[in-house]
Design a protein around this ligand. Sequence first.
Ligand SMILES: Cc1ncc(COP(=O)(O)O)c(C=O)c1O
Length: 448
Amino acid sequence: MTITVDSGVQQVRRLVTELPGPRSRELMARKVAAVAGGVGTTMPVFAARAGGGIVVDVDGNHLVDLGSGIAVTTVGSSAPRVVDAVQEQVAAFTHTCFMVTPYEGYVAVAEALNRVTPGDHEKRSALFNSGAEAVENAVKIARAATGRDAVAVFDHAYHGRTNLTMAMTAKVMPYKRGFGPFAGEVYRGPVSYPFRDGGVDGAAAARRALDLLDKQVGADQLAALVIEPIQGEGGFVEPAPGFLPALAQWCREHGVVFVADEVQTGFARTGDWFACDREGVVPDLIVTAKGIAGGLPLSAVTGRAELMDAAHAGGLGGTYGGNPLACAAALAAIETIEAEGLVARARKVEELMTRRLRALQERDPRVGDLRGRGAMIAVELVRPGTTEPDAELTKAVATAAHQQGVIVLTCGTYGNVLRFLPPLSTSDALLEDALDVLDAAFASVATA
Ligand SMILES: Cc1ncc(COP(=O)(O)O)c(C=O)c1O
């Protein structure tokens, strides 16, 4: 197994100015004047290059990347196969629209997705641009296939920012406030959240959710049940074992389309090709995006042929869906995951990160929970001895890490989760260094 360290970007954390540096400050002033205020940024530093496990900013600072641009650059942000494939494709043609004059790359991506996603049944895929667009299309497909309207989602869910996916997303701020009215026929059930639900086991948590959905919506009204196998923006909530299999079984029994939203968890991120693989859950439809194409915008719905073929010709698509550059990148990203053994690499990252974070948890009672799989790991921060969320501490630790050149993201319904999503091209040395910074950040921040 090789870890590709992209040429040209030195794999070391190095600060040569204060953060943000002068050039980033200039660009931020231009951003404020030119870009809509609703588009926020986690850090006030502007990127110039990136590769391996490093983002280099416009002032020459080298930052360790524990975010992968929100779980996107799993293979790295300038992975050699992806760069070569895109360069070749851009010189050949940039766009024809698959719905006008199709091209092989789209078909090859569909074939690859049909091969790598869970289950060996006959499948079809359709390609789109963003995760939210793919989630919307999964719902369209499920409705067309079942003739039903209702959609079940879960507490803490995040499915996107378009109108239907805002309705499916749980958290109001910043995703929904002031942006309604939202799409109808979306119903929410309780998820399995072991840290916060008193350790209810997976089967019991599933019964609780399914009983409510059955009584309040009706199983025979549901077109789809849509769930993230490990919740992303909601706080890296990993359900208790048995929860997902029980939901999938119930869906099968009631003719409800089981949709796994693997936008954040897919493509080796969790130490399996897909998070559903861990418990052998085979979704009827799986939604993918983010890690699919090494940073180029692409998303997909893949699923049972009879469901995917239910929508009438012309009912699915879009001008850019499955753009040739994004398809070339996806094929190269999938090849990279296979050739470089990145599924196994994600498990190594898990070992390293959980060893370090467990040690932190043992000495710092503010770390209430440590969870996640592969290179998708999180700590949930609380008031010691309670489960009361500590969002201020979370923000302060993240800010302290940022100032030392480590890109770290927060998430969670209560804003109290630090999440770690390094590219799988990050070396162990960089991970250890970033975790040293994190240890120091915890030590430097006192609880209010
Ligand atoms: C699980 C999940 N679904 C859907 C989305 C929406 O994807 P996009 O931002 O590409 O629309 C995200 C984005 O974070 C996600 O994590």
